[in-house]
Ligand binder design. Structure first.
Ligand SMILES: [Mg+2]
Length: 190
């Protein structure tokens, strides 16, 4: 394979650039499933192949109605220990919260409030989008809990030949990953 000088320069620049971590909120930092379970007062039957509303035996419209207040998103609980883990990541990388809002506009404001409340030092570091894959470039790392999301990002990484970009799937009951968020932070910061 022929490597041009432009490619060489680019690869040196890429290896020196500060990497950006796009950190998913619900299911990685915030216990969305726990909060919604409390609100609905019904335990979910988790099924990897089905969308979340089906875990509760509901239509999508009925399910998402439970989350249609700003308070729901603002007051969502964090998973234990995540604040320290985000701080550790932010020493070595530039951390951005990257979250897909629901169809309800209050979810965006609520998520923003939650960032300001729990992560005041990173209160301007956010991207709200349903198309996380559009953020892919060579120096990006994505941490998410849904394989449907990491799969899409991985496809974009391949398509654009972003050989430095990576995705990490955080172990949850709704995926097959073996790595906890702490394991991933340890890998990325050692
Ligand atoms: Mg998520």
């Amino acid at each position: 394979m022929h490597i041009s000088n432009t490619d060489k320069t680019r690869s040196i620049e890429d290896s020196m650039a500060i990497q950006i971590i796009y950190l998913d909120m619900d299911g990685v930092l915030f216990d969305f499933v726990g909060s919604v379970t409390k609100k609905i007062e019904q335990l979910p039957e988790i099924d990897l192949k089905k969308p979340i509303h089906k875990w509760f035996g509901m239509s999508a419209t009925k399910f998402w109605k439970y989350t249609d207040t700003m308070e729901f998103w603002t007051n969502m609980g964090l998973y234990p220990g995540v604040k320290t883990l985000v701080e550790r990541l932010n020493i070595k990388y530039k951390v951005y919260f990257c979250s897909t809002p629901t169809l309800c506009p209050y979810s965006v404001s609520g998520k923003l409030f939650a960032i300001q409340k729990h992560f005041p030092g990173l209160h301007r570091n956010f991207v709200f989008t349903p198309a996380k894959e559009l953020l892919v470039d060579n120096n990006t790392i994505f941490i998410d809990d849904r394989f449907q999301v990491t799969e899409k990002i991985d496809l974009m990484i391949k398509k654009n030949n972003c050989y430095n970009a990576k995705t990490f799937l955080v172990k949850r009951a709704w995926n097959r990953s073996q790595n906890t968020f702490e394991d991933i932070v340890n890998m990325l910061t050692r």
